[in-house]
Design a protein around this ligand. Sequence first.
Ligand code: FEO
Length: 398
Amino acid sequence: MTGGFRAVEISDRVYWVGAIDWGIRNFHGYLTSRGSTYNAFLVLADKPTLIDTVKAQFGDEMMARIASVIDPSKIEYIVSNHAEMDHSGFLPEAIARLAPSKVFASSQGCDALDRHFHLGHPFEALKTGDSLELGGATLKFVESRMLHWPDSMLTYLVEGGVLFSNDAFGMHLASGERFADELDRALLREEATRYYANILLPLSPVVRAFLEKVPSFGLDIRMIAPDHGPIWREDVGWIIERYAEWAAQKPSRKAVVVYDSMWGSTAKMARAIGDGLAAGGARATLMPLDAAHRSEVATEILGAGALVAGSPTMNGQIFPTVADTMTYLEGLKPKNLVGATFGSYGWSGEATAHLDEWLKRMQIELAAEAVRVKYVPTGADLEACRKLGLAVAEKLPR
Ligand code: FEO
């Protein structure tokens, strides 16, 4: 396919040749309510080089964008910064169609690509400090293990100071604009926060260590070109500062109350807890799971100080939607939280005990004893819920 799609020059002789996925809403369990982009980049030099590819079904669009600025058969190298298939899905086809002389990845990336595609292709391994002369352009490489996969690597173009950062500093946001400074700042903050909370939160110690090491790489970063969402140009410092802020996981006076309900009793308890939290000076965000997606809960948890979890007991267990979200949250390893649990029941009422154990396993300090109500809460039961909210608020930082 040629025509219809054009490359976009983002820096001198550097082109965006990616794809915009306006329709994706489920990105391996993360609600991508504004779609996404798969950014790939073409560096024109004596040895034209493609940095990353796109999700397989968008490969023809990428090829058309490349063909708008260069005969694709002239591409000499491909650099694969990350093997996850939203960036490497089209790689096997790109290798077949472009026949590059070399395909580069980190050492773990070479292994990951081999195990994904079983091509028997001789990928060439790069490590931190390596550089590649393209003739008129120079690439330098920094391994960024666990940002967010073991294979992750950053590529830096000396000319123009462009850091191709792969998933780091990205967001899931489909837009016609290619640069962050062309978009609304509140929108950028919302989507970048959501991305960090759902992708990078459990890796916050790695993010902190990496940010501390960045000056030692000796890179003059003037542009950050991630593989998802807009490119940071005038606001490189802003997104780096946000990463430092989010990675610190400093608790606030915000409490997230996450729950589901079978016949409205647990929901009524949640609302009374919310009133108690507010009366105690906390900012309460109630997230009923028949309305909120697990990834929205994760986003609210980033920067919160408390997680209050509520569930009815169903067949001796936590209600399935609550278990789903708790499983997701546990994997994201939020830190520095206090919490409490609540729920109504009909027979045996095990859910709050299960939830207490769950919070303890997540190293969340319990601020109050669980409130458990048989069937429908009385006024006194709701007063107990209010007190639970006050007790949680009392534990939040001033
Ligand atoms: Fe965007 Fe880890 O892939």
